[in-house]
Design a protein around this ligand. Structure first.
Ligand code: NAP
Length: 313
């Protein structure tokens, strides 16, 4: 069996296209487009790339997106000040602080910064109040990556109700919100992490298996029930030749790409899972484009909530 590939690029494009009329209506009513403010601290190459795509996609969808750059030497106070300027801005409805922040700011820096984002502009739903709203099943801006996974499942005709979903990873930005969104859609949910005993056996129970670990090719066929839907959230930049050679045979497309670029973007799921899964997201081209599409969708939603149609629940 060869898994059906779930095309995140196409679904992401469909979501972005659908946003256009609502973006145009908002712009016509308010005399300005919905606005996103992004804060980027330091010069991490991956972050530069992600932020570049976010700015480009926002512009293509008719949204305003502005970048505030701070040097890697910026203090926590300076990062929070940048967030507070966006909180006070009339033209920015949504705020994103690009992760990761420089390690020098300390392990708790991201949490402190998120706590300062205005709740109604918290486009990724990381503020404790928005997390609480998500836990209680109220309307909220929910984390972009997990929301994108739900969109992908829905638009690919993969049922969630009553299915056993296993999420590997319990981070605040992916694993936990993913598990909650699946739970609210009436899946039976198991959350796994680095201390889970016999992880392959637990994962093999999944009808829907979500890998959000950050370890390239970690999920092998031993983790997958035949026919399961496997969602690969993992995105790792891999420069380890031995690892790449052990996974991709000489002459394969991916191996050639590695030879050209000296590194590959890899997911958490081993390519051999394609032989056993029923459906699978590729990396790249799976969850990544959905994260951006949901960022734009949440920016519009944040703008509409502020000015057009406030939430009732
Ligand atoms: P994270 O904060 O590092 O969390 C990783 C999770 O994986 C943790 O809960 C950890 O368990 C678990 N884990 C690590 N090793 C494990 C093991 N051997 N067995 C079982 N569980 C293990 O990472 P994250 O921010 O959630 O991101 C996860 C991955 O998704 C990364 O590759 C990231 O780049 C990617 N990502 C992609 C997108 C996208 O748009 N495609 C967006 C966000 C993130 P413990 O809690 O026990 O340590």
């Amino acid at each position: 069996m060869s898994a059906r590939m779930l095309d995140g690029t196409a679904v992401g494009l469909a979501i972005r296209t659908e946003l256009r009329p609502a973006v145009e209506a908002f712009t016509a009513t308010l005399g300005r487009p919905p606005g996103l403010g992004i804060v980027l601290v330091g010069n991490d190459a991956g972050s530069e790339l992600y932020v570049g795509s976010k700015l480009k996609s926002a512009a293509e969808s008719g949204l305003r997106a502005d970048l505030t750059r701070l040097p890697a030497t910026a203090s926590l106070g300076e990062v929070i000040a940048a967030v507070e300027r966006l909180n006070a801005s009339d033209v920015h409805d949504a705020i994103l602080v690009q992760s990761p922040l420089p390690a020098a700011l300390g392990a708790e820096a991201e949490r402190h910064v998120v706590d300062h984002i205005a709740v109604e502009k918290d486009v990724d739903g990381f503020h404790p109040i928005n997390v609480g709203r998500l836990v209680q099943g109220h309307w909220t801006l929910a984390a972009c990556t997990p929301s994108g996974v739900i969109e992908l499942l829905d638009r690919s005709g993969i049922p969630i109700v009553g299915k056993h979903a296993v999420v590997i990873g319990r981070s605040d930005i992916v694993g936990k919100p993913m598990a909650l969104l699946l739970l609210h859609r009436h899946a039976t949910v198991t959350i796994c992490h680095s201390k889970t005993v016999d992880l392959p056996a637990v994962a093999r129970q999944a009808d829907i298996l979500v890998a959000a670990i950050g370890r390239p090719a970690f999920v092998t066929p031993a983790y997958v029930k035949p026919g399961a839907t496997v969602i690969d959230v993992g995105t790792s930049r891999v420069g380890d030749r031995a690892l790449v050679e052990s996974i991709f045979p000489a002459g394969s497309k991916r191996r050639d790409a590695f030879e050209r670029r000296g590194a590959l973007t890899m997911g958490d799921v081993h390519p051999s899972v394609e032989e056993i899964a029923g459906a699978l997201t590729p990396v790249p081209g799976g969850v990544g484009p959905l994260t951006i599409a949901m960022l734009l969708k949440n920016t519009l939603a944040a703008a509409e909530q502020r000015f057009v149609k406030p939430a009732t629940s």
